[in-house]
Unconditional design. Sequence first.
Lengths: 1002, 542
Amino acid sequence: MKTKLLVYGKYILPALLLFFGLHAYSSATSIPEDRVVTGKVTTDGDPSGLPGVNILIKGSKTGTITDIEGEYSISIPDDNAVLVFSMIGFETKEEAVGNRTVLDVILNENISGLDEVVVVGYGTQVKRNVTGSIASADLSQSGDDAAVTEALVGIAGVQFTDTGRPGQVGNLLIRGQNSLSGSNSPLIVLDGIIFSGNLNDINPRDVQSMEILKDASSTAIYGSRAANGVILITSMDGKTEKPLISLNSYTGLSEWASELKLLSPERYLQRRLDWRAQSGLEADPRSVDKYISALEAENYRNGKYTDPWREISQQGRTSSIDVNVSGKSNSTNYFLSASLSDDRGLIYNDNQQRYTLRANITNTIKPWLQIGTNTMFSHRDLSGISASVREAYRMSPLGTMYYEDGSPTQFPVPDEQAAGNPMRNSLLSDNSEVMENLFSNFFLKLDAPFLEGLSFRVNFSPSYQWNHNYSFMHQDKNVSFNNTSASKFNERQYSWVLENILNYNRRIGDDHNFDITLLFGRNHVEAESTTAQGEQFNVDVLGYNNLGLAEIQRTNSFAYAVEMVSYMARVNYQFKNRYLLTLTARRDGSSVFSVNNKYATFPSGSLAWIISDENFMSEIGFLDMLKLRASYGAVGNQAIEPYQSLTLSSTQRYVYGNDGSSSLGVVTSTLGNDDLTWETTYTTNLAMDFELLQRRIAGTLELYNSNTENLLVRRNIPVMNGYTSILTNVGEVNNRGVELSLTTDNIRKENFSWSTVFTFSHNKNKILHLFHTDLDDDGLEDDNIANSWFIGKPINSYFDYQYDGIYQEGDEDIPAGSEPGFVRVKDLTQDGVINADDRTVVGSGNIPEYQYGIRNNFNYGNLSLSFFINAMQGWIAPFNLINPLVPGRSLNQLDAGWWTPENQSNSRPSLVYSNPLRTSWYVSRDFARLRDVTIAYDFNHKALDKLKMNGLKVYVTGKNLATITNWLGTDPENAGAYTSEQGSDALYPMPKSILIGLNVSF
Amino acid sequence: MKNQLIYNQGKQLIGLSLIALLISCNDDFLYEKPLSSLSADNTLVSVEGFQTYLTGLSWAAREEYSQDDNTFFITNFPGTDVGEDAGAEYFTYRNWISYLTPVTPEVERNWNWAYSTMLPQANTVIVFANKEELKDIWKNEAQKNAVIAEGRFYRAYTHNLLANLYGNVPIVDTIRNAPKFDFVQATRDEVYDFVKRDLEFASQWLPSAGETPEGRIVKAAADHLLTEVYISLGQYDNAIASASRVIDSGDYRLMTSRFGSNLDEPGDVFSDLFEDGNFNRSSGNMESIYVWQFESFTPGGGGTRDGNQAVRNFGPFFVRITAPDGAPNIPTNEMGRGVGRVRGTVYSLYEIWNDVGDIRNSEFNMRRQFYFNNPSSEYFGQPVPARTTAEDTLRSMYAYPRKIEGNPWNLNNTSGRTSDDVYVYRLAETYLLRAEAYFRKGDLQKAADDINTVRERSNASPIAADQVSIDYILDERARELLFEEPRRRTLIRMGKLVERVRTFGLLESSKNTIQDYHNLWPIPQTAIDANFGQKLNQNPHY
């Protein structure tokens, strides 16, 4: 499979060239034959003709204009001609002629951006009528990425944190963190149906639009699942009568953007010497080889050094090809696509190969009846055990990773066994890890023939996901025992959504417009998995395919089901087209909640006023549009796993006696909660949309204030309860913030334009209440140290001693148990003793206080350049790689320096620092990054027509090219892995990459 | 006309909504029944169900030994009179002040194991077995009480361990539906008294040896522990009586002649006691009372960290010793692979071995001579000359009791683990507990008699009554039970820890930094922080 894909990558470009060459040849032989097309151009809602409309045959200089009646007549060369209708104040429209001889066109007024159609929950809306807070992702800038998530970066109020790894979805937060330990991931809705897969299952090229619903008014129709915001993804449909074939391909290379600086062999030896001196052991530089293990000494003598980062790296590489065909006729609209992509990460064997297929088909059977389907299938192959980043971080640079015959050692320093060989599992294992997702929706839409504006839609959306992960560890010929083992994990998830949606749209007179939506839905999810394991294979030729060959066999299986039922009602009302009202309510029942709380209701309301349409505003010339919005509503978060409100047990086994037979044991595992319920977020949103100076400046300013009550919390409890934590509802958290999006057209010239998109968001998070208790009778509501939750502080606060430098030689206040070179902390209680009472909230992290994004687009003729910079600031994270990692063992560590008596650092501890208080180090995660630079060339139609092509674009993109930060880890955005001085597999490097791509359509 | 239409349509809309409501009227589907998870409610409905929970308790109890390398059972030895974590790169009791604090991992983890692994499991068994609505599942009262007795034994074992290590601790005697944040500490004596009542019940209803599978709790185990608890409570006559119930039961006797799996190999009866396969009574071993079970290549045969970790922790880091030609030693089936986390003290390895005839110090029971064992070295098979640097003698090569050796776990001799079972209680200790009770009662002759019973089996010369003292009993326990009894708990229980570390500690720094308050472990800071409704009193000076 792997080789096949590589071959495919290699041959893409030659194949494309060949294809185009043939196509150009065949078109050159066709004989042009002129014919005449006539028609009438009108505007929406006005049947009288529109005079003076410019009509041009696309890609040529031939054209005409409409007469006083709005009618026109033009000669065209052949059926492939496309007519471009344009006029100032109206949206430009292109129509493929095909075999038509009469072509009537309706042009839409282009007054402002308010007339764009946006997708909202259970429908679409013209933007001017939207009362809630909805942001649209700009796919034009990111449609060439491997993941749809890339388009979300830089949207005000959205924080996306990448992992840098193929096939891994990063962390996505909309407007900060509401929930303490329920999920904070937004709800993904694909083509109207709540999506049950991984975002990586979606081919970004299939995506037509992405809308981010942020406030309660727009999300409340998703009720109990909407508290973290909603992302609506809409896939493509057919746009032209002429079938359009589009082919997109890119390929690129990536490198490490930065790497953790490990100790070089010299620094490693110096550390050993310094550590020995600080430990009171002999430390003679001439005898340094006696202080390391025999094998390290031999490698040192022979100059055999290992750079672990090089050893576990592979050339990062990505390539993708995508083909789609779309079109529409009176009866059928279709979009069919296939894509294939191959991503190789920066770490050995960290790969994803994916193919996706999609079929979107809508058939209009009768004028009042439509049936159709949106169906996608994705197959993602993540096979191969990745090299261990953690072991590479820890292994001695003087270790040996391979025997002379090339086989991997188990431990780079075998007499120490302190760190494992980071490549061994990758090289000795066979692994097959595949995830498949068949996600479909079948719908029927009835327009009631007896009542205009009434329609009924049924969605039935079955979805299947199959995952498997099979591994086999081969016999290591260099060990004396049987180390073979295998496991097979198979999982199947089946879910369906059934929705009945009734919509009634009615205009009464000129001033009243109603739009009513009612929904009844059911959702069912069931999943089951089986893990079978075997150890001690005497024959390892069959790998994981025959676990029966194992001497020891184990099986586990797991199953769950979730049921949900929903009712929803929404009313949109527009008065005089400028006073807008939306009311929604949703009632959800869910099985995952406790017996006492199966149902919850989430109402919301919002108002908007388009002030610029008022007569008294018409005097203000520079103001093109001004709209004010206000909303208030409640949404829920039910994102917990099934059965978590129940008290459950797990199983273990035990052996009695010497005969080797084993018995089943059942042990208590989780404490239930009969009152577990939804957490509810109440959000107030105030916003202003504005357009100034002939739309040269357009933007949105939003203020929000949301309180989340009954937080779903995995709460640490006194272990004397028998459990360390319980899932419960507590307290209230507040998020308030400001979001600004600003688009400016700085230069608009015929051949040159420059526009800028600027976004800014600020979110402040604090806990308002926890348990409403005052058990310690101090007159204040109790904080909760066990979880680091404090009233008035952000959710992700760090409670620790306050760092105050390093104790130096000669200091007279060094407490018993510490010594020079140890961390000094502040005696906050000033009682002369450092104890638990001196801890305080030293800062907070996980969500930045401020986020900025700025994108500049330049167009010069057919050439365009865009670059995007984003920045986040106001957050810290623990960073404990600074602590010494047992310098007496053959373990490497970050070369961040250390305290010595000769060089008394005030920011780094000595090598014998034992961290008696178990404090952490904290480092700022602030950064600014050049995230994306793209240069593109769009070939003009003249050149393309000769090739019979509709569009041709080539581009080069550089990603993550430069970062300014003081963060010591690999990437400030991805900072969750630095709490242990032992390192972690999540110390994954972030890539910087260069892609070249090609989009062709014909 | 238009209005009429809207009205009609409105009616239809309402009608459709009603249909929707009717469909969902029955919402039983929202009530969960776990598809693949058990719970006490669906398991503890039959005698067999109770047996699975008791097996779960056997597993939980063994976790004390095997759930982690460095923060569990092994923490009974460093910083005592018998052992020290002496490797230069670790920070254990070398500096008592900076090491032993309310955030020391072992302080927290042992506490958490007791309260979250043992007690909820034991209390679940006890509470459910006492349920009135389950009374029909029991054949008779005795069957029910035997189940409860096993639960109460483990509950007692756990509370006793907590009181020994931490002093005043909360007693947990039931299960809860909702969490509590104001647990109150009981005094140490109140805890011992609670333990005593559990054990008296257990002693009455538990089966005798041979009536239950090997590895399960028998009556003698309850009586053995009861002896210690009576001593802690100062009830010496009760202690003597409960120990005598074990000794006089007829089910147990000290092994005095060779037995079991290794008969054909050189050895003696004391080494036979620690051969793989010889820990359970079925091997002929009549002094074993309670044994944690380990079995290679068997599901459930090892705990969270697989097998018996004694060799890893107590064995010297022998692979660090290189031959003069540079070849390092290698792990072998016999010695395994130690990493030298706990080295014996001069006291436990040399000073207490003052009786030449004592077989517990024979070559089969103490390894004092080492040989280069790397076949690729020209020094292969030759004795390793004595080492003189502290690094070598504290970490890489030192004498040790051979009871820690065993068959490599899953035949992997680099694992640092063996498949040997582990004694929790054996009869020799019962004698020594009774000797302690006699001594504290003032009956020195009977104390000497019990000590001599143990000594005679090992061919050590008997002692006279006037030689008996608490320190002598501790010496004898060190000889008989070295690296077997949880020494820290014994010393803390007797109030001897600080004194004996100052006298016998291996490292000067350890002797110099231990403070009087170190006689108890601190209460874990996490427990204090979480119990915000009631301040748990930290032990003084922490």
